[in-house]
Design a protein around this ligand. Structure first.
Ligand SMILES: [Cu+2]
Length: 701
């Protein structure tokens, strides 16, 4: 891990944050250093640094203040929305696409949440400040990061970096804010040029926040994590890292009948890289990892329990093993090629209890049935992605991957009772093809780069689409299984855009049109709310969507800069002749910032239009359209001071005018049965936080 934040502060503050880093080979996106974006606070939005790619440093504070987790971090990037469920564990959505339409990788690994009711998106297990770099590739325009991911690939990465001389380096930050919020991060690396040991610890807590009306939202959470890594450099070009991570916590939810009492992740990983092997072979890399999620939810430990007959709990475990091998080749001076294979093995199991007497619920373990597997998913994929430089100004990029998927339904009425399945014991296998091609044209005199790409992505239905969801609109119980009926989703997408970086003015834009055959819609209109299994129906429809994101930054002088960004998306469910659900309204941000290298500050206005295009009751594995939403605008301010090169103190206020509002993409603010959570106000949607004041200090050493 690099700790150059201190000299970053100087050099980067001086440099425009919109420096382009497009120069060289970007095939190994996930391995690059963060060399752009050196603001101390990300005010408006993260800039597209090259066609379709956004890179940012997840340790830089942003406005508004993110929750502890990965989803909130993504929200500052135009095109992303976060579905709010409470104070944490929001669901990231890009251009209205959620779930496994986003490939979310942590150090190259697929982390799958455990909750069948989707309390935990993969980002729930990511504390962004523990990572060096966040990279986003928009659209089906890469095949390097695993199958699916038709909407975007999102990578949180820690680099394998050694110290130049024996010693130690580190970083610590402390954040305090409204509603009892406090986050602590310590990150220390000790070693020399051949070896390091790194430890990262994080802790984050918040009490219930209050919305703009001053009403408390059932949203308190606590999360903590520890990562340990041992790095070995056998020589300059050969690196190995063994790492382990543990995290846990709990969270209250404002949108459902249960809270998350346990979110435990255990992770082990081995990463190996060998570079500069021969003129042909630039690099080989290997990853082997295991992620074990152990999640418990209940309706009594973190809230006022309901009547005794409704009390219940569930424990869910998701184990995901990942393997990846890849090789970077340069067959010709102007041609680079990445070949590899990856594999994933996931198994999910579940135990639950309900309808027990309140007095007997004190020890849930008393009622714990043996954990029962409900499914296994296996995937093996082969991929190749190349870049061909026709000349200095024209580049072709293309890739293809083949994935073999095998899934097995392990539910039966013996071990899953009423949640058994009429496809118990059945298997399904699919061979899927995905690929893309793109041309990038640089006009050096301006300079500006234009790109056009076409991508095809075939996505195997994920756990949530096959197991907790039912088949057909009549699905009133767990026995109507969607396991065999849900078809593979096929996306054909056209991506166009431009990126320009000049001294004073930088801007980028991306436009897309996506035609989706057999889009997997989760239709909640018939969801049976009387049991714990409240999944909707998993249906294939034909749909299309289109939209654009645009951002610009203008340097008024050495100290002052203005920025602007907007995102727009629209789509249609052609099968039902309705609006495609879960698409956010038009959103715009305008920011102004000042930085004289010692003092800095800024203001941000974020505005969202009303949304009248919706299909109530339809959505995805995480949520559904509730109805129309009104527009809103919020204002945030921040100011900061760098007393020394190693120290930064930043303070901010988000939602300055204490506006009461909710995002269009949100969960409903009730207990999931249409009633308020006892002791809380019921709202149509889960309202966003009201005025929030925060103070953050960071020390590098
Ligand atoms: Cu859960």
């Amino acid at each position: 891990m690099k700790f150059k934040a201190n000299n970053m502060i100087l050099t980067l503050a001086i440099a425009s944050c919109f420096q382009s880093a497009r120069a060289e080979d970007r095939i190994q996106l996930a391995r690059h250093d963060v060399d752009v974006y050196a603001d101390d606070v990300v005010v408006t939005a993260n800039h597209m640094s090259e066609p379709l790619v956004i890179e940012t440093d997840p340790r830089i504070p942003r406005q508004p203040l993110p929750a502890h987790d990965g989803a909130d971090y993504l929200k500052t990037i135009p095109g992303f929305s976060v579905m709010r469920k409470g104070g944490s564990d929001g669901e990231p959505i890009f251009r209205g696409m959620a779930g496994s339409r986003l490939n979310i990788l942590v150090d190259g690994q697929n982390v799958q949440g455990g909750c069948s009711m989707r309390m935990d998106a993969p980002t729930s297990y990511i504390f962004p400040e523990a990572y060096d770099k966040l990279t986003i590739v928009k659209g089906p325009q890469t095949v390097l990061f695993g199958p699916g991911g038709s909407a975007a690939s999102v990578m949180f990465d820690r680099s394998i970096k050694f110290l130049k001389e024996p010693g130690y380096t580190g970083r610590s930050s402390l954040l305090v804010g409204s509603f009892g919020r406090n986050d602590e991060v310590v990150d220390i690396k000790a070693g020399n040029e051949n070896f390091y040991v790194q430890g990262v610890g994080t802790n984050s807590f918040s009490q219930n926040y209050k919305d703009g009306n001053g009403d408390q939202v059932h949203s308190s959470y606590h999360r903590y994590s520890g990562n340990v890594g041992f790095g070995f450099a056998f020589d300059e070009n050969t690196k190995l890292e063994l790492s382990g991570a543990y995290s846990n916590g709990w969270a209250q939810y404002a949108d459902r009948a249960m809270d998350g009492a346990k979110f435990q992740r255990e992770n082990y990983a081995l990463r190996f890289e060998k570079t500069n092997i021969s003129p042909l072979i630039n690099k080989i890399s290997l990853l082997v990892s295991r992620n074990d999620i152990d999640h418990v939810m209940d309706d009594y430990s973190l809230r006022q329990p309901p009547s005794s007959m409704q009390m219940g709990w569930a424990q869910l475990k998701h184990q995901t093993d990942n393997f990846k091998f890849s090789i970077d080749l340069s067959p010709k001076e102007n041609f680079i090629l990445n070949l590899g294979m990856d594999a994933q093995l996931a198994s999910h199991e579940k135990a639950w209890g309900r309808n027990y007497m309140k007095s007997m619920m004190n020890d849930p373990s008393l009622f714990s049935r043996d954990m029962q597997k409900d499914s296994t998913f296996k995937q093996i994929g082969f991929f190749g992605e190349g870049k061909y430089f026709l000349n200095d100004d024209v580049k072709f990029v293309g890739g293809y991957r083949f994935d073999e998927w095998d899934a097995k339904d392990k539910r039966d009425t013996t071990n899953h009772g009423t949640e058994g399945s009429d496809t118990s014991g059945r298997k399904r296998s699919e061979g899927l093809n995905s690929g893309f091609i793109r041309v990038e044209k640089n006009i050096a005199t301006y300079p500006i780069t234009f790109y056009t790409g076409f991508g095809h992505s075939e996505r195997f239905p994920d756990y949530w689409e096959l197991i907790p969801s039912h088949r057909g609109l009549a699905g009133m119980d767990g026995n109507s299984s969607a396991f065999l009926s849900t078809k593979v989703e096929k996306t054909n997408q056209l991506d166009l855009g431009f990126v320009s970086t000049r001294d004073k003015l930088s801007f980028s834009g991306s436009v897309f049109y996506s035609d989706i055959n057999d889009y997997i819609l989760i239709d909640y209109r018939s969801a049976y709310k009387g049991t714990m299994n409240m999944g909707g129906s998993s249906r294939n429809i034909d749909a299309y969507s289109y939209g654009a994101e645009f951002d610009a930054a203008y340097k008024i002088n050495d100290e002052w800069k203005t920025t602007a960004a907007f995102a727009y998306v629209r789509g249609r469910n052609e099968t039902d002749n309705k609006a495609l659900s879960q698409l956010p309204p038009l959103e715009a941000r305008v920011g102004l910032s000042y930085d004289d290298h010692t003092w800095f500050g800024g203001a941000l206005v974020r505005a969202a239009a009303e949304q009248n295009h919706y299909s109530a009751g339809q959505g995805n594995i995480a949520g559904q359209d509730i109805g129309r939403s009104g527009g809103f605008a919020t204002v945030s301010l921040h100011a900061g001071y760098r007393p020394t090169k190693q120290t930064v103190v930043t303070a901010g206020v988000d939602n300055l005018f204490d506006k009461n509002y909710a995002e269009f993409i949100s969960r409903s603010g009730s207990n999931g049965m249409g009633s308020p959570i006892t002791g809380f106000v019921q709202t149509t949607r889960v309202n966003e936080p009201g005025r929030t004041i925060w103070l953050k200090g960071t020390i590098n050493f």
